[in-house]
Design a protein around this ligand. Structure first.
Ligand code: SF4
Length: 264
């Protein structure tokens, strides 16, 4: 009898835990409210807000988030990935970069931004006066979106994640932002920019301005600023946009009170 009661208690605990997790994602997947973001330069000073009632702490460590991602099958991308790509970097980074999703190389290595676009991102980070290991790098979705999922060995098979995939996955990146607690985020490309800034305008219209970040599933314990610029993959296709990207990043560096190295 005792053992049956123990088993019942364990089942209830397990159910409640999975329910808490589902609830977290339902909140994250909820349709975005009307954009509340105004450029931070013109917005009223952001107040420090107390964290909302939080799910158990173990949901909020980078290690536990990565563990959940590694076994996640919430969207169809989970079925075709080779490796999930949670993100990596300084767990207490002041600066975080968020792209759209893993590509061919990232899928194989399980690390973000390790292909050609990643090499360019490394140069951008260095030009800003940081080392890659000083920042945290992640994506909106954690598994490789493919044009032809039946053909994972094909090169040039990458695509941007669709809104449903982003909605199902965004709880992870939001909890990563909460766990790292950066002061600044750079959204790389239109997908990350429009998902995080949730502004209906195009990347061209929102890039190069600093916004106050608000998340769907997590109430931030302190203000975080976000700036959008071009994705490094777009810069490889359009090298002429590099100077625009650098102009955007200089806005961020000035706000951070940093002067880029003279060699930049
Ligand atoms: S992309 Fe995100 S939601 Fe979809 S399976 Fe991978 S980790 Fe899960």
């Amino acid at each position: 009898m005792k053992s049956e009661i123990k088993k019942l208690a364990a089942d209830v605990k397990k159910f409640l835990k999975s329910h808490e997790e589902d609830d977290l994602f339902l909140k994250a997947a909820a349709p975005a409210a009307a954009p509340k973001h105004t450029p931070a330069q013109t917005a009223a000073p952001a107040k420090s807000v107390a964290p909302a009632a939080r799910e158990p702490e173990e949901f909020h460590t980078l290690e536990s988030i990565a563990k959940q991602i590694s076994s996640c099958q919430r969207c169809a991308l989970g079925a075709t990935r080779i490796k999930a790509v949670p993100g990596e970097g300084n767990p207490k980074a002041r600066l975080m970069f968020v792209g759209e999703g893993p590509g061919y190389e990232e899928d194989r290595q399980g690390r973000p931004f390790v292909g050609k676009a990643g090499q360019l991102l490394d140069k951008i980070i260095a030009a800003m006066g940081f080392k890659r290991e000083e920042v945290f790098i992640a994506n909106m979705v954690k598994c490789h979106p493919m044009i032809d999922p039946q053909n994972p060995e094909k090169r040039g098979n990458d695509r941007a994640p669709v809104p449903d995939e982003i909605a199902l996955c965004r709880g992870y990146v939001e909890r990563q932002i909460d766990a790292v607690g950066p002061d600044y985020i750079v959204a790389l490309g239109g997908v990350a920019a429009k998902s995080l800034i949730r502004d209906a305008k195009s990347l061209t219209q929102i890039r190069g301005k600093i916004y106050d970040l608000e998340l769907s599933s997590v109430q931030l314990a302190k203000p975080v600023k976000i700036l959008a610029t071009f994705h490094p993959a777009a810069l490889l296709r359009n090298p002429g946009w590099k100077k625009d990207t650098w102009a955007d990043l200089k806005v961020l560096l000035a706000d951070m009170g940093r002067t880029p190295p003279k060699s930049a």
